[in-house]
Design a protein. Structure first.
Length: 384
């Protein structure tokens, strides 16, 4: 029987592959992006409270009211705008669902969507499954900032949307006000929609501030802000995220969400709503992660890698282009098998597999694990 795949290029994701290899090799896993430590026991207690309290049937389609209100309040506090909790905030099963539903809501067959790369792996399949055409724009080397002239040059009469991500996975680049203003000018000029992946909104370093695109008056009406509790509260396995978008966009978004998953796990929504009452639970996150980033950078300085400090997210890129031309996929595999430290080769974040000899490490790990990983990475030169 012959079968025509809708995603002929797609195989197992690099995150699954590297996590599996790390496990087989008993290596320290700095590859897949997930925290290597537990969540706050108070949050876990709240889940117990709500599961035992009988909150175990379907949640409302758009999410539990308490959580939608708590998110609107967080948005007011951190971004200065208050979306209508009942009409403009939707709770979904992870940012991956939010992104997929947002693309599905706006992308029609033949529409072009601007994708800045390197980028997270779920964007392109979500665009192509909806009949869209990804139009790739490379980010600038070495800091992965956006070349706005290049973006402008790729916009055609068929361009329907642009997907953006700040703080950025894998580079850690954080958008400035200038980036937001340049995007706003293009969006207004060409009537584009924006899918804004803001899952690392609370992980920023050196005093940087996250600017949500929903807070920008010019972008607000055309933007889907996609977020995730997995990153903010160290619970990636819960797969709970959200989408904040103006009424017209939220209505279309909910039509899709309704038939993708219908609703999202109930007791966790109540638990998160109560936990969000304490703003320090997310406002303390930059300081928490800054310590880990700084420890990791201090160790990296004693290795032959070159790097620019991550500005946000829990990822750090390193380059070995000045040392070797070995492929990044091969080096990542050898690091895992021989040095027992797993990382992600950055070529997998490019549509054409562009290999600039760059690796991504996740530093959302316990300090002792980071110290041991750095000790092992010292031997990197034996692999060149
Ligand atoms: N976007 C980016 C940039 C990510 O790194 C991730 C990581 N998981 C996601 C989206 C997906 O988030 P979730 O696990 O909530 O689906
Ligand atoms: N966001 C995580 C990363 O970039 C991976 C999530 C996944 O495995 N799909 O590593």
């Amino acid at each position: 029987m012959s079968f025509v795949s809708k995603l002929p290029q797609v195989g197992t994701t690099i995150f699954t592959t590297m996590s599996r290899m790390a496990q087989e090799e008993n290596a320290i896993n700095l590859a897949q992006g997930f925290p290597g430590f537990g969540s706050d026991p108070d949050l876990l207690e709240l889940v117990a409270k709500y599961t035992r309290g009988g909150f175990n049937q379907y949640a409302p389609m758009s999410g539990v009211s308490e959580l939608k209100h708590a998110l609107a309040t967080k948005s007011q506090l951190t971004q200065g705008y208050f979306p209508d909790p009942e009409l403009e905030v939707t709770i979904v099963s992870g940012a991956t669902e939010a992104l997929f539903a947002a693309f599905t809501a706006v992308v029609c067959a033949g529409d072009e969507v601007i994708v800045l790369e390197p980028c997270y792996d779920s964007y392109v399949p979500a665009i192509t499954l909806n009949g869209g055409i990804p139009v790739f724009v490379p980010l600038k080397s070495p800091d992965f900032s956006v070349d706005w002239e290049l973006v402008a040059s790729k916009i055609t009469s068929k361009t329907r949307a642009i997907v953006v991500n700040s703080p950025h996975n894998p580079s850690g680049y954080v958008w400035s006000q200038v980036d937001v203003d340049r995007l706003a000018a293009l969006v207004v000029q060409h009537g584009l929609y924006v899918i804004s992946d803001e899952v690392y909104e609370h992980i920023l370093f050196d005093g940087r501030r996250h600017i949500s695109l929903g807070s920008n008056p010019l972008l607000h009406e055309r933007t889907f802000v996609c977020g995730s509790f997995g990153k903010t509260f160290h619970v990636t396995g819960w797969k709970i995220g959200y989408c904040i978008a103006p009424l017209a966009l939220s209505q279309e978004f909910r039509k899709v969400h309704q038939f993708l998953t219908f609703s999202t796990v109930t007791p966790m929504q109540y638990a998160l709503a109560e936990y969000l009452d304490h703003a320090n639970h997310y406002l303390d996150l930059p300081a928490f992660y800054q310590k880990k980033r700084d420890l990791f950078l201090k160790g990296l300085k004693t290795t032959p890698f070159s790097f620019q400090a991550s500005q946000g997210s829990f990822f750090q890129l390193v380059s070995y282009a000045h040392l070797s031309k070995k492929s990044d996929v091969l080096l990542a595999e050898q690091m895992t098998r021989q040095l027992k430290v797993a990382c992600i080769p950055v070529s997998v974040f490019y549509s054409d597999g562009q290999d600039d000899q760059v690796l991504r490490f996740c530093f959302a790990k316990k300090e002792e694990e980071l110290v041991e990983a750095l000790r092992r990475i010292q031997k990197i030169e034996t692999l060149f």
